[in-house]
Design a protein. Structure first.
Length: 369
């Protein structure tokens, strides 16, 4: 069942603050009790005449690490759950909607930790003079258009989400819609904490903005920018362009992203860093039940947080190039089997030895309910 444009809340697993709560073999029981309580609450709060609906999806995967720069990860293989979504949508009134979503997933760091759940999103949306007003925790415009065109989140995150340049969620207020009546100029403006779905812990805030150009179903352009400033002299910004061509044959997308970071220091030179990333993907529909997928991500500078990337940790001392190849086979309505390979190779390091290449061979199962 397709997800609709309602308010949402996520229950995601990768929250270390909840680990102690779900230890001792009782974790899954507590999770189950919590989920049942949320579902019961959702059912009890459906007003007369309102339309409430539950749906979700799961991503299970068999992974095999054929080669890796980290010897501890080399030759590992096994099964994990990359993501579980449980979503509750409700039309509270004719103009106000909400979504509650719970998320759970394996940690993705090759550890033996259990699945850790957490609430990720919660927001209301309302129509305002033909536009949509959102308040709460939800996805910023950073990846929204790119992810919808890419269409294979079960296979891998979009580049900025994968590289952790911006969080996939933030707490804020947003206005989105179309500038023109022909819906050729979609926009998305958001003011957020910059603390993801966590509690606000600093004085900084983030302003996000995107503007698209959609003259036909076959062509789409988008310009995106965000800016974050804190009171301790830190600031960062992301500038991005995205273009896509779509048709019955499939779709092709291309993006270029620049990110900068600055920090003013009283007793030393200011810190200034910049990164550039290009990405291209193609999805070809060989038949109604078979897609052929290819993707290329090139990060021009090292990502110092690369080793923290879930499921495919990168070396953090050298530029990287990620290549993905996959076949997506639809075996039943809402069920796909996706055999795929992911290959990462590295450029010259800023320091230390050049990392070995990374090579993964996976079998991914994706199903909606």
């Amino acid at each position: 069942m397709p997800l609709t444009n309602f308010t949402e809340v996520y229950f995601e697993v990768d929250n270390p603050t909840l680990k102690s709560f779900y230890q001792g073999g009782k974790g899954m029981k507590k999770v189950a009790i919590f989920v049942v309580a949320i579902l019961a609450l959702g059912l009890m709060t459906i007003p007369a005449g309102a339309q409430g609906k539950f749906d979700g999806y799961m991503i299970a995967e068999y992974f095999s690490v054929l080669n890796h720069h980290d010897e501890d990860i080399q030759d590992r293989h096994g099964l994990w759950l990359r993501r579980i979504y449980l979503t509750y949508n409700n039309n509270l009134t004719d103009t106000i909607k909400m979504r509650l979503r719970l998320e759970m997933a394996s940690p993705g760091d090759f550890s033996s930790a259990t699945l850790d759940p957490f609430v990720k999103d919660a927001y209301l949306s309302s129509k305002l003079a033909g536009q949509e007003l959102r308040v709460g925790i939800f996805g910023p415009p950073t990846f929204e258009a790119i992810e919808s065109v890419w269409g294979y989140r079960p296979l891998e995150k979009t580049p900025l989400d994968l590289q952790k340049w911006r969080s996939s969620r933030d707490f804020g207020i947003a206005l989105k819609g179309n500038i023109d009546s022909g819906k050729m100029l979609p926009y998305f403006l958001m003011f957020g904490n910059g603390s993801s779905n966590k509690a606000e812990d600093n004085k900084g805030k983030v302003l996000y903005a995107s503007l698209g150009f959609n003259p036909s179903k076959a062509f789409f352009l988008e310009a995106y920018v965000d800016s974050e400033h804190t009171k301790d002299g830190k600031s960062s910004g992301v500038y991005q362009g995205f273009a896509a061509v779509k048709g019955d044959w499939g779709r092709i997308g291309f993006q270029y992203t620049h990110r900068n970071y600055k920090q003013k220091l009283d007793d030393a030179d200011d810190v200034k860093e910049e990164w550039d990333l290009i990405s291209a993907f193609a999805v070809f529909s060989a038949s109604e039940k078979l897609d052929i997928i290819a993707r290329f991500d090139k990060l021009m500078e090292p990502n110092s947080s690369g080793h923290k990337i879930a499921y495919i940790p990168f070396a953090d001392n050298a530029p990287s190039t990620l290549i993905i190849g996959a076949l997506a086979v639809t075996v039943a309505k809402g069920v796909q089997v996706i055999p795929n390979v992911k290959y990462v190779f590295y450029g010259d390091p800023e320091e230390g030895d050049k990392p070995d290449d990374d090579f993964y061979a996976n079998m991914t199962l994706y199903f909606k309910f």
